[in-house]
Unconditional design. Structure first.
Lengths: 142, 142
DNA sequence: TCACAGTTTAGAATCATTCTAATCCCGTTG
DNA sequence: CAACGGGATTAGAATGATTCTAAACTGTGA
């Protein structure tokens, strides 16, 4: 206990990632980035991540978690997934892919980008261009 | 002014639709159903529909609009569309189809069901079955 | 080390939506 | 046709996620 960032090695990777993204590596951002990017393909909500970081004994306000999630998203480190009217999810996988969504448990599962093919998307109405195509496979317990 | 439901002919169609759905045709529900199903392929939010019915000089509370939208959805008369974290949309087209969504203006546009083909959806994890596949084509002004 | 612009934060504020409990009214019964 | 009973409506409070505000704090370049 009482280990510093340097001692745990937490800082290095996360700090570099933040600097690359043009974000000042503050204690809170480094802490959150460490949690988010330690493992791959994570799906978190603000509340969710706040509990996690708090549970790890680190003091970060919920407002900062919201701010940080949005900043990471703008910086291209995260992607926001809209599948539930009740809350927003953030996905550490920013590449081309889709999702299974189990609403009853708020669970998201990645589907690799090459797996699903969407054909026949019509040209959008005049004056509009396609930003991206989202596919959500809604599932339920059998 | 001062026309009754019978005189305007509003009641008949909407009333029948409500009865079929097993919903008691109250003044508010008939009024809302008339607005919703007068034209095809409408996309409304609760606030949205409340303004419309209020603007038409009919007094319906926002709570009732919410209740009614959910009841209509459960009865299969409407379908809820989740594309925006900020609010819920309800679609009078309950058939198989997808959407263009212009977030900046909260505008939804139907894409007929046969138009888009989604191939390669993997089998869901054990214990889960597919409920439905939603495709949202997010567009922006050019 | 200093200063300052960018950050964090507690708490208030906001927004959509839901809940509550009282009142109302549709449809049936007598 | 009036009474009744249970579903429906409603105003207003409550909720829950998210955002805002204004003050306190902290990386970072000089």
């Amino acid at each position: 206990m009482g280990k510093t960032l340097r001692e745990t090695g937490k800082g290095t990777a996360a700090t570099a990632k933040l600097r690359h993204a043009g974000l000042r590596p503050t204690r809170q951002r480094v802490e959150l980035a460490s949690l988010l990017f330690k493992s791959c393909d994570r799906h978190v909500t603000a509340e969710n991540l706040h509990d996690e970081v708090t549970g790890a004994g680190v003091k970060v306000s919920l407002a900062t978690v919201y701010n940080t999630l949005h900043q990471f998203t703008e910086a291209g480190l995260l992607r926001q997934v809209i599948v539930d009217a009740a809350r927003s999810y953030f996905d550490t996988n920013t590449g081309d892919h889709q999702h299974f969504f189990l609403e009853s448990e708020g669970m998201l599962i990645d589907i690799p980008g090459e797996t699903i093919a969407v054909a026949g998307v019509p040209a959008p109405p005049a004056g509009l261009s396609i930003d991206r195509v989202d596919v959500v496979v809604r599932v339920k317990r059998t």
